[in-house]
Structures are given as structure tokens and as C-alpha cells.
Design a protein around this ligand. Sequence first.
Ligand code: NAD
Ligand code: DAU
Length: 336
Amino acid sequence: MKLLVTGGCGFIGSEYVRRRVTRNPGDLIVNLDALTYAGNLENVASVASAPNYIFVHGDIADANVVNRLFEEYRFDAVVNFAAESHVDRSIENPQVFLRTNILGTQTLLHAALNHGTSRFVQVSTDEVYGSLGPEGAFTEETPLSPRSPYSASKAAADHLVMAYHHTYGLPVCITRCSNNYGPYQFPEKMLPLMTINALKDAPLPVYGDGMQRREWLHVSDHCAAIDLVLEGGRPGEVYNVGGVNERPNLEVIRALLKQLGKPETLIRHVKDRPGHDRRYALDASKIRKELGWEPAISFDDGLRATVQWYVDNRDWWEKIVSGEYRTYYERMYGNR
Ligand code: NAD
Ligand code: DAU
């Protein structure tokens, strides 16, 4: 299979690239990534010289770049991870979210259509469903009700993906996953941010009362689900991925402080995120029944291993925190 993976230098995309390149030596995996602040070539260093892997530096919203790539490789399939992914940044500066998440996705869809690509997997999020009360869970039929510029841009992309299926017959699938955690997550996201602050004995900024609830899924379980959807998902279908390990933020933060032997006095309640979604929970029975997906990693084991990864890989996050990781890219690719 000739597979285009976009955003493969980010947190989840790089896990997927490492997995796919290693497990599928007969495939060609082309990783198209713009290397924004969130893209890091170190995340894919372990597979960079593999014969079945090619990295291309480019923007999914640039039709010239995308069309040239499709012409050169005639991809069998696309998995689109590339996105602006951080809710707080979308509140500060929504514009770039619209360009990458909406226009970028449509650019890829159009190229896939023009080149007869036989599978397009859009990596979406549970945030497109909005915020839940204390009971119940989102199913694939729950109407979309996004509440942040980030989730609105992802919902718009999901609508375009379905429009390309219904209007032009493009064989698409959408995955909607809950909060991921694991190694190589950019330290703006809650789990690495809190772990790193705790390691530095710096305050842990908890938004509002810290009782917002998220469902935590290890990134490798998410990528296993994406592989199942790529290989066996029905065209035109959405698959929720999650449905396990729901926790209030404070409980997760207290667990990581305990593991690190740091005091809870580091916790600081700060001003809440505007429009903060209170709770997400997914009903993932469809992917379990249809594709046999089961998460392999319990939250307790996964959290322990992940916190330990940040302890053991100080060099990785210190370069990011200091901004040093950018200088290499800027020399190689210019200042994006
Ligand atoms: P990330 O921010 O860590 O990585 C995003 C990657 O996309 C980076 O490598 C970046 O350089 C690249 N990128 C950004 N704009 C681009 C552009 N215009 N062209 C090409 N590449 C570009 O994100 P992540 O957390 O790994 O999320 C990956 C995908 O999964 C996103 O689509 C996100 O919406 C979705 N998702 C994330 C989570 C989560 O918990 N992190 C959960 C569900 C779904
Ligand atoms: O649910 C899937 C989504 O999960 C993905 O689509 C997004 O790309 C991903 O960023 C994530 O969104 P969240 O907003 O849930 O993740 P974040 O790590 O930013 O925040 C998790 C929770 O922690 C949320 O309730 C906000 C809170 N938080 C976050 C930060 C960064 C804090 O209390 N303090 C913080 O400093």
C-alpha cells in the first residue's frame, strides 16, 4: 500500500508513523508535515532512515504541494492527522485553525478524489459533539455541537469529509477519539504540561475547579483503532474511539503528583478556559463490534509508563520548553 500520512511529526501522527513503518515493511509511508510549532522530526527519528518511509515538508492547505505529491505517488490511502490541535490556541488565534483544519482537509479530499484514492481516513475528535452533562455518552449519531474554534473547525472538516462521500462517492471514514496520552505529546497539553511543571517544582495551573471530566486513551490504542478503520472500516462511516478511563482532571493530576513524589500544594486553581467543555464520554460499541477493537492499556499502567517516559526523556522536552528544537528546523526549512 502507498499511504499518505499527514501531520506525522506531531504526537499521534508520529506514533502512527513509527507503528506503520515498522509493522508494514511492504508499504510505502509518505509523511507530509508542515513542521509547525507542534511538529518535531525527533518524534520520527527512529524510522527516518527506513527504506519504506519518506518525509515531505509541506502544508496540506497548499494545493500545489498536495497535487504534486498525489501525482508522484498515486496513493492508495490517506490518513489525515495534520491539524492545529490545541483548544487554548484556537481561542487566542482561530484563523490558522480554519486554514489547516478546514481548507487543508478539503485540499486533501479533492486531491484524493482526483487521483482515485481508495480510502481516506479523517482523524477527528469527540470534541465535535460538544459538552455532556453528568450522564450518558456520545454515539456516532449524536448531532455535532462544537463549542470552541478548534472543535468547530474539526466539525466543519467532518462535514466536508462526508460531503465528499455523498456527493462524489469518495470512500471515506471518520474516527472520533477521546483525549490521548503517551510519549511525545507536546507539553502544552494537560498531561505533559503538569508532569513537566511538577518535575520543575513549578505551579500546576488547573482551570476552574478541575472537575472537568475527560476520557483518557493511550495513543497506541488510538493508532491501533485507526489501522482497523483503514483496513476494514465501511466507507461513509464514523467510528468513535474511546469509552474507557473517564476521570476528573484533578484526579489525574493528583495521581501524577503522587507518582513523582511531589506535593499537592503545587496545584494552583486559575481562571477557567472560556467555553470550557465540562465532560466528554464516548460510546465506542460500534468499533468494538464491527472491527473487534479493544484497548490494550489500562489507565493506571499507561499513566505510570507515560509519566516515567517524561522523567526519562528530559532531553526531548527540555529542547521544546527552551525553544531549542526550533533552531534545527529553521536552519533546514525556514521560519514557520
Ligand atoms: P499535534 O498538534 O501534536 O500535531 C499536529 C501535527 O500536524 C504537527 O506535526 C504539525 O506540524 C502538523 N501540521 C499542522 N498544520 C499543518 C499543515 N497545515 N500541513 C501539514 N502539517 C501540519 O496534534 P495531535 O495531538 O497529534 O493530533 C493529531 C490529530 O488527532 C488532530 O487532527 C487532532 O484533531 C486529532 N485528535 C487529537 C486528540 C488528542 O488527544 N491529542 C484526540 C482526538 C483527536
Ligand atoms: O478530546 C479530544 C481532544 O483532547 C483533542 O481533540 C484535542 O486535540 C486535545 O488537545 C484534547 O483537548 P482538551 O482540551 O481536552 O485537552 P487539554 O490537554 O488542553 O486539556 C485537558 C483538560 O485539562 C481540559 O479540561 C482543560 C484542562 N487543563 C488544560 C491545560 C492545558 C487545565 O486545567 N490546565 C491546563 O493548563
